[in-house]
Ligand binder design. Structure first.
Ligand code: ADP
Length: 208
């Protein structure tokens, strides 16, 4: 598998395997701390009040300094399933996109749609601000309790669907916090590729 070495995107790029390319965009998966990323934007798993919290949210505010919280206070809030953008403060990333994923209850409360919306809104904001690279954590899979396998599929399918339709991004990186989360994402990439191949075969028919 080819390996990327693009120091411009931060420390983890040394360990980045190219998992997939969609049109002109690389989708990569790494294990790491998202606050170290040098992509144009990093995405925060925020809450609807943009009030800060634990997990990745706490880490981003600690690393980025008070400027980010000041900007969040001015914005005031963000509906679940959507995202807002602020400057990145002291982070290496110039921007933080605060995406609000759903709390997972039983999967019958629109969770999939809301999680997908949080990813799509983040990508949309990146394009609106002419950004080319973006790093996502596994939104909603910590305190908000989303099962990692379900969340990985939604994250990867939403990003893939967006990239098939839209130009402008060169790199979408998923930064996973544990080996097991990274393994689930890798497996999900393979599953999605397998599903697409099977679908293509069905479309082409047996004789083609
Ligand atoms: P949520 O409330 O949306 O569930 P959390 O921050 O609790 O958000 O968790 C989201 C994901 O972010 C989890 O998979 C957690 O392990 C991961 N995470 C926590 N800290 C970091 C970090 N510094 N970098 C990347 N991922 C992180």
């Amino acid at each position: 598998m080819p390996t990327l070495s693009r120091p411009a995107y931060g420390e983890s790029s040394k360990r980045t395997a190219v998992e997939r390319t969609i049109r002109n965009t690389i989708i990569s998966l790494v294990k790491g701390d998202i606050t170290h990323e040098q992509t144009d934007a990093i995405v925060n798993a925020a809450n609807a009040r943009l009030a800060g919290g634990g997990g990745v949210d706490g880490a981003i505010h600690r690393a980025g300094g008070p400027e980010i919280m000041e900007a969040c206070r001015k914005i005031g809030g963000c509906p679940t399933g959507s995202a807002v953008i602020t400057a990145g403060g002291r982070l290496k990333a110039r921007f933080v996109i605060h995406a609000v994923g759903p709390v997972y209850s039983d999967g019958r409360h629109g969770e999939d749609r809301l999680l997908s919306g949080a990813y799509a809104a983040s990508l949309e904001l990146a394009l609106q601000h002419d950004l080319h690279s973006i790093a996502f954590p596994a939104i909603s899979t910590g305190i908000y309790g989303y099962p990692i396998d379900k969340a990985a599929r939604i994250a990867l399918e939403t990003v893939a669907g967006f990239l098939r339709a839209r130009d402008g991004l060169t790199l979408v990186r998923f930064v996973l916090f544990s080996d097991s989360d990274l393994a689930v994402y890798r497996q999900t990439v393979q599953q999605i590729a397998g599903d697409r191949e099977a679908q293509d075969r069905r479309t082409r028919g047996p004789g083609d």
